[in-house]
Design a protein around this ligand. Structure first.
Ligand code: FES
Ligand code: FES
Length: 159
């Protein structure tokens, strides 16, 4: 039997009904049509499904949707302000930090959470911030360079 699930996602309230076994990634993609969050391994290994849940980076395949009841969630769709990309999004573009792009939403959410918690991470801390996210085609150096450019203040937040 479906149960009620209330979420605030990217600032917008949602009130939906999901099955008890529905994963949060399924609720976001299949019920709310927020398909920017990717579903890769479905077993907490790849990080493609990373979102921010109450300010923390979380793999949305690793929790049931109902466990997030009442939570505030940010997905990749919530990073830009209107048409203005976030500093990390701009830096990823400029530094070629993606090829197929499958990992990119998760990488951006993991690094957004990292910089929210620690605006001046060292290179080692950046590496640790993405150590739960697998990229199989770009490699990690261009991602680390993009995050480093944001840390150095080369990209400004949209007003
Ligand atoms: S799909 Fe969630 S960690 Fe891979
Ligand atoms: S850009 Fe293809 S997996 Fe990372």
């Amino acid at each position: 039997m479906k149960k009620e699930l209330k979420l605030k996602v990217n600032g917008q309230p949602y009130d939906i009904f999901v099955k008890p076994k529905t994963l949060l990634v399924e609720a976001l993609r299949d019920h709310l049509a927020l398909t920017g969050t990717k579903r890769g391994c479905n077993s907490s290994s790849c990080g493609a499904c990373t979102i921010m849940l109450n300010g923390m980076a979380v793999k949305s395949c690793s929790i049931l949707a109902l466990q997030a009841n009442g939570a505030e969630i940010v997905t990749i769709e919530g990073l830009a302000k209107g048409t203005e990309l976030s500093p990390l999004q701009k830096a990823f573009l400029d530094h070629g930090s993606y090829q197929c792009g499958f990992c990119t939403a998760g990488m951006l959410m993991a690094t957004t959470a990292l910089l929210t918690e620690n605006p001046k991470p060292t290179k080692q801390e950046i590496k640790e911030g993405i150590d739960g996210n697998i990229c199989r085609c770009t490699g990690y150096n261009s991602i680390i360079r993009a995050v480093t450019a944001v840390v150095k203040g080369e990209y400004k937040e949209a007003k």
